[in-house]
Write a protein that binds this ligand. Sequence first.
Ligand SMILES: NC(=O)c1ccc[n+]([C@@H]2O[C@H](COP(=O)([O-])OP(=O)(O)OC[C@H]3O[C@@H](n4cnc5c(N)ncnc54)[C@H](OP(=O)(O)O)[C@@H]3O)[C@@H](O)[C@H]2O)c1
Length: 285
Amino acid sequence: MRIGFVGAGKVGFTLGKYMSERNVCVSGFYSRSMESARQASIFTHTRYYETLKEITQSSDALFLTVPDGAIGEVWDSLKRYSLTGKLICHCSGAMTSAVFSEIGQTGAFGYSIHPLFAVSSRLQSYQELSKAYFTIEGPEKYLAFWRDFLEGLGNPVRILKPEQKILYHCAAVFASNLAAGLYEMGVRLLMECGFDRESGEQALGPLFTGNCLSVAQKGPLKALTGPVERADLGTIEKHLGALCGPERDLYRGLSGVLVEIAKRKHPQRDYEPLSRLLEEEWRRE
Ligand SMILES: NC(=O)c1ccc[n+]([C@@H]2O[C@H](COP(=O)([O-])OP(=O)(O)OC[C@H]3O[C@@H](n4cnc5c(N)ncnc54)[C@H](OP(=O)(O)O)[C@@H]3O)[C@@H](O)[C@H]2O)c1
């Protein structure tokens, strides 16, 4: 199985390196700019192609590792070539394989294969990819093939139905990008307490990383600390009184989620007064 990458960006570099290090036959790279494809080929000790046609002819499977908005356009160009029996994949978390429109008429099979991982560096991220879950969505015919392939690389794999992908992607956004939004809210509140942005960002760092690690390693139930777990009504009431607008809405909504976790952790503790306080605040607005 020769695997080619169309799109020599962060994910193309990372998957290409990760696979070639694990003895997968990576046929090489094609990209919008030849220089990106050339750099990726050097990094992965593979080759680069000057045309989409050439990489298609030299590959049994193609990963379209281009931005989500370019997948349809690249697919439209690919359709012009002979694709019988080829596997065409993209790596978008939100999109399904349905983006490969009329693929049945080409004789190819389309999949979405998503690494549940923040790929932030073209050159470094491959070193951490073995921890990542992969999800696969697409026609039955090659689902087991891709699952075995990815498990063979050492990664845990889940198969998703097309209708599950958007919620699945929301889950990833909650656990990653939105955490950056929460961090930013914390920084802004510190700035209201006299910190400048730089020192505010620095000050929250150890709290954030320590807590994130703890949540990821032990799970939210064991890692939970703070006033909600303690059912500390007085403190939470003061917090709600000090916040307003989106901060207060978020504080209330997320505290409601924490109450559910805390109830599972301490079934004997009475969280009803706290639940009522959080609902009461909703009603006041
Ligand atoms: N980054 C992540 O954390 C992450 C994680 C999981 C999945 N994904 C998914 O992986 C895919 C790629 O994301 P990325 O982060 O690797 O993006 P990226 O770093 O921006 O790389 C995309 C590459 O695609 C190339 N490209 C753009 N339009 C093209 C076209 N029409 N034809 C050929 N090449 C084209 C660009 O090439 P040039 O350099 O040649 O201009 C660019 O290097 C997306 O579907 C994304 O949703 C990303």
